[in-house]
Write a protein that binds this ligand. Structure first.
Ligand code: AMP
Ligand code: MN
Ligand code: MN
Ligand code: MN
Length: 279
């Protein structure tokens, strides 16, 4: 049974529509797929329709941008009610920040000699929210940077042109929106933050205190060593383990949908207590 509980569509910074994503997931053998777009629920209705058609289960989800300890972290919500007003209002405020930030990013890139970035990123976003990924694709498309990954070394990050400090949700706020929507909150790709052991323990402690239930142990951004380390953290913090590719589309060549390594043994998967899925 393949669970892929972290994926993106064109509703945020993925390149496949929710329909295409579900089709590809089905072809990859995924049986339970969570659509977890950044700060929006817009892709969920279309994804649910296609999942029903394909006979796989879609878990409605979201990936909330959070500022914690002076850094940006991500909290995934799984099994949320997409009609929940509190969650919708919270995400709306994050998207307002995104709109403002996109203009600021473009202004900085222009000063660095790169004009037209706002229009470029906006076009690539298809009128949905604008993420740094859209700017990254624009810079690659313009031939300014060779690869998507290297954009995040030379641009859009602290100390480089196009960096704008985040002003995202507080950790407790994000967890409470997800809980009010009836979902389970999960810390996304925790190894990617490269926190010290004690800082990560502090994050996970505060997260659990706020009502968070899980953390990604297996992730497209974790290697095996990361997964084993995160499994130990999950045990130590009393959190359930989640697994997701963080798929963004075929242009992110380093991850594939549904290619999810096994969870390390001895930890409880977050889906253990979910109702059984019968297709
Ligand atoms: P944002 O939420 O708009 O600040 O954009 C963050 C997004 O940028 C992440 O969700 C990733 O999709 C993308 N991203 C960040 N760092 C990298 C990286 N090193 N390589 C590729 N994509 C990245
Ligand atoms: Mn992304
Ligand atoms: Mn993320
Ligand atoms: Mn993600």
């Amino acid at each position: 049974m393949i669970y892929d509980l972290h994926t993106h569509s064109t509703a945020s910074d993925g390149t496949l529509t929710p329909t295409q994503l579900v089709e590809r997931a089905t072809a990859a053998g995924v049986k339970v797929l969570a659509l977890t777009d950044h700060d929006t629920l817009d892709g969920i209705p279309e994804g649910m329709v296609e999942a029903r058609r394909q006979g796989i289960r879609m878990v409605p989800g979201v990936e909330v941008s959070v500022t914690w300890g002076g850094r940006v972290i991500h909290v995934v919500g799984l099994g949320i009610d997409p009609d929940c007003e509190q969650l919708r209002a919270g995400l709306m405020s994050l998207r307002e920040f995104r709109s403002w930030r996109a203009i600021e990013i473009a202004r900085q890139l222009e000063k660095a000699g790169i004009p037209g970035a706002y229009e470029g990123a906006k076009a690539l976003s298809g009128g949905h929210l604008i993420a740094r990924t859209h700017f990254a694709r624009f810079l690659v498309g313009q031939g300014i940077v060779k690869e998507l990954k290297s954009v995040f070394k030379h641009y859009l990050v602290r100390g480089r042109p196009g960096y704008v400090a985040g002003n995202w949700a507080e950790l407790g706020e994000a967890v409470s929106w997800i809980k009010q929507a009836g979902g389970q909150a999960v810390v996304a790709h925790p190894a990617r933050y490269r926190f010290t052991h004690s800082k990560l323990q502090r994050l996970l402690g505060e997260f659990r205190e706020a009502g968070g239930e899980g953390m990604e142990v297996v992730s497209g951004s974790h290697n095996r060593e990361d997964a084993l380390a995160m499994a130990r953290h999950a045990k130590q913090s009393g959190l359930l383990a989640s697994a997701g590719s963080d798929y963004h589309g075929p242009d992110h060549t380093w991850v594939e949908l549904g290619r999810i390594p096994e969870l390390p043994s001895g930890i409880a998967p977050i889906w253990n207590e979910w109702p059984a899925f019968v297709s």
